[in-house]
Design a protein around this ligand. Structure first.
Ligand SMILES: NC(=O)C1=CN([C@@H]2O[C@H](COP(=O)(O)OP(=O)(O)OC[C@H]3O[C@@H](n4cnc5c(N)ncnc54)[C@H](OP(=O)(O)O)[C@@H]3O)[C@@H](O)[C@H]2O)C=CC1
Ligand SMILES: CC(C)CCC[C@@H](C)[C@H]1CC[C@H]2C3=C(CC[C@]12C)[C@@]1(C)CCC(=O)C[C@@H]1CC3
Length: 346
């Protein structure tokens, strides 16, 4: 029986490289569904995949993870098309308006924190977040909450008696506990919405295991390392792409110090692909699976313990459930014409 795999943010970067790797592994035994917000880019990605795997089954699904109504409509469509889902990759993500602190970077270069700075970008990167049409924080909704709603909506396809399914989150080494606050899960007030959203995905994955393992659904988290994609090009927008290419020899040298410099989307997708081949029951719910590339260019996956605890993960899960109910209430009253479609109160 062919496996049904859905990937969000599949039209570029790490998501697209993952699709390519999955099809190279098993082109005919998969039903791959690319969930993307921009159908033109999605179509281009599908054509590229079919060019190298002409017999593959590759479907497209329109979904904008920053819009809750779009996520719910997409989930409805998935339920019409498939009767089960084996693997759901929660990969779509944004880091809008990044601010790179050059001074902090140079201070870090000449400190004992240099390796950790290159691996995690701690202390050198902030972002300016915006609001979605629903009045939610954009980074939180795109990276985390839209995916949470998707999982909840797809529960009937993911939880099947006697069978197992997998959720695989693309998190980051930039996920820091210090950026996250339980009193402000959307990160309305801080300057590190990206780090906060990724730390929240680490917590949420643990909570999802607590709630769903007994129903055959397992959740894991990966970190792709530092990969050159449109997301990272956006960090230094004044840098033309060729300058990044000129830096490649420096990055290869840094890779000798920190094997987190995976650099290519293919290498970055290593842990995503590795997890697909594992028995979900055998995975550690408290581990983050890192894509790593050695100085000699060898790709491998390594599990590292996450800085998460059950109590905090449970608190976040409950807050997300509350927010889901609230968004649902606002959506239904908007549909009845009772209130404007806005959740600025959340
Ligand atoms: N590159 C890196 O070094 C690292 C990346 N990551 C994570 O990897 C994931 C993939 O990023 P990466 O491949 O680097 O970057 P890309 O920008 O290449 O890919 C991001 C993907 O997410 C999609 N996306 C963004 N916003 C939405 C939305 N609202 N609805 C649906 N899809 C959306 C993009 O679609 P569109 O083309 O329409 O914008 C694109 O397909 C992200 O979660 C990122 O945080 C984690 C650690 C390091
Ligand atoms: C010679 C200079 C131009 C080098 C600049 C390097 C930095 C731009 C990068 C060093 C560590 C990188 C990093 C990320 C972005 C780019 C760096 C800050 C991420 C934050 C990208 C997104 C993630 O999820 C984690 C990455 C950690 C490392």
């Amino acid at each position: 029986m062919s496996k049904v795999v859905l990937v969000t943010g599949a039209n570029s970067g790490i998501g697209l490289a993952l699709c390519e790797r999955l099809l190279s592994h098993d082109a005919e035994g998969l039903q791959l569904c690319l969930a993307c917000r921009n159908m033109q880019r999605a179509q281009a990605a599908r054509s590229a995949l079919l060019a190298s795997h002409p017999r593959a089954q590759v479907a497209l699904l329109q979904m904008d993870t920053s819009s809750i109504s779009s996520v719910i409509a997409a989930a409805q469509e998935v339920k019409l098309r498939y009767n089960r889902l084996d693997c759901l990759y929660l990969n779509a993500g944004i880091m809008p308006n990044p601010q790179f602190d050059i001074r902090a970077f140079f201070r870090g270069l000449f400190s004992s924190r240099v390796v950790s700075m290159f691996a995690t970008a701690e202390g050198i990167l902030t972002q300016k977040d915006g609001l979605t049409a629903d009045g939610l924080q954009e980074v939180f909704t795109t990276n985390l909450f839209g995916h949470f709603v998707l999982v909840r909506e797809l529960e009937p396809l993911l939880c099947h008696a006697g069978l197992t399914s997998q959720l695989i989150w693309t998190s980051s080494s930039n996920a820091h506990r210090s950026a996250f606050s339980m009193g402000d899960i959307q990160h309305r007030r801080g300057t590190q919405p990206y780090s906060s959203s990724k730390y929240a995905s680490d917590l949420l994955s643990l909570a999802l295991n607590t709630h769903y393992n007994k129903r055959g659904l397992y959740s894991s988290v990966i970190c792709p390392g530092f990969v050159m994609t449109s997301l990272t090009y956006g960090i230094l927008p004044s840098f033309p792409t060729f300058l990044w290419t000129l830096f490649m020899p420096i990055f290869w040298l840094i890779r000798i110090l920190t094997n987190t410099f995976t650099l290519t989307p293919y290498n970055g997708a290593e842990a995503l692909f590795w997890l697909f081949k594992q028995k979900p029951e055998s995975l550690d719910p408290q581990a983050k699976y890192h894509s790593l590339t050695s100085g000699l260019g060898r790709n491998y996956t390594q599990a590292r313990r996450m800085d998460v605890d059950l109590h905090t993960s449970q608190d976040l899960f409950e807050k997300l459930l509350q927010l889901e109910t609230e968004v649902d209430r606002v959506c239904s009253s908007a549909a009845d014409g009772r209130t404007a479609y806005s959740t600025t109160c959340l």
